[in-house]
Design a protein. Structure first.
Length: 285
């Protein structure tokens, strides 16, 4: 026996040799198969089509790409779409959270009906939603409110289709909140506003931000609900999705791909920013 072997400490009783070594991470056969199927499906449905759109947008070089997205009609459509989506997301951040709060914390007649109606924009074809909005808020509105062919009508359509994203993201978090913490804070003399600000709101913020980001990304891609009520007026009410459709009808697929790539980048930036913000909040918490 060498000196090194003699000086090596004996393993502790019940331990196995090499127990302190770092275990190797290996995928089981079932896990590897599931992961491969998931990656393949995701690639075929999402990654490859998006990559081809980006590739097509660069067919004629960066100069053509820049000219395609900065033509007066395309730039006006992008500006309207992103600006309206920001406003819509912020409005739904407040109103969606309020509606989720009412559905979870309050009792009133017809609550089940309201809870069901919230999901209608998910189930209803967006072109039908646009027709409904045009009939209700168009030139022949029974309410006497005409928002057709205006930017207010565009935002109304976007509000309609994106509201459920915030409500259905915040609602489960409210349901899972521990009421004992609120009761304990109240017993210590905290008022309703202080309880909401110090206990409820910190737990809701991640869900509120997630719902808002989903509402924003859904807004910038909306087509069906806006195509009727907006009137597709270039430089006034034409949104980016409708402009892309017009480019394709005009056999300018490269220009359409360029505008689509801008929307894709904006959506990715929004989602990545949200993820970084949530990670920062989790580290602070």
């Amino acid at each position: 026996m060498t000196t090194d072997t003699a000086l090596r400490p004996a393993p502790a009783p019940g331990s196995t040799p090499g127990a302190g070594a770092r275990p190797r991470s290996r995928l089981s056969g079932g896990t590897a198969t599931g992961l491969g199927a998931a990656v393949l499906y995701l690639s075929l449905i999402v990654l490859i089509p998006l990559a081809l759109v980006v590739w097509r947008s660069a067919d004629h070089g960066p100069g053509y790409f820049w000219r395609a997205v900065t033509t007066p009609d395309a730039w006006a459509a992008l500006t309207l779409t992103i600006g309206a989506s920001v406003i819509v997301a912020l409005v739904n951040l407040v109103m969606g959270t309020l509606i989720a709060w009412v559905l979870v914390r309050d009792r009133f007649p017809g609550k089940a009906v309201v809870d069901t109606v919230i999901d209608l924009p998910f189930a209803l074809p967006t072109i039908v939603a646009g027709l409904v909005l045009l009939a209700l808020y168009g030139p022949e509105s029974p309410l006497g409110i005409n928002l057709a062919y205006s930017r207010a009508g565009v935002m109304l359509a976007l509000l309609f289709v994106t509201l459920p994203f915030v409500v259905r993201t915040v609602q489960p978090v409210l349901l899972e909140l521990d009421a004992d913490m609120e009761q304990a804070a109240a017993s210590l003399g905290a008022g309703p506003f202080q309880i909401f600000r110090r206990i409820i709101l910190p737990n809701l913020v991640p869900a509120m931000l997630s719902g808002t980001a989903l509402a924003f990304t859904r807004s910038i891609a909306e087509f069906g609900s806006t195509v009727l009520i907006s009137g597709n007026l270039p430089f006034k009410t034409q949104v980016a999705a409708v402009n892309i459709f017009s480019q394709i009808e005009g056999d300018n697929t490269t220009g359409a791909a360029a505008i689509s790539t801008v929307l894709l980048v904006v959506a990715l930036v929004a989602l990545i920013s949200l993820d970084l913000l949530q990670r920062w909040g989790n580290r602070r918490g």
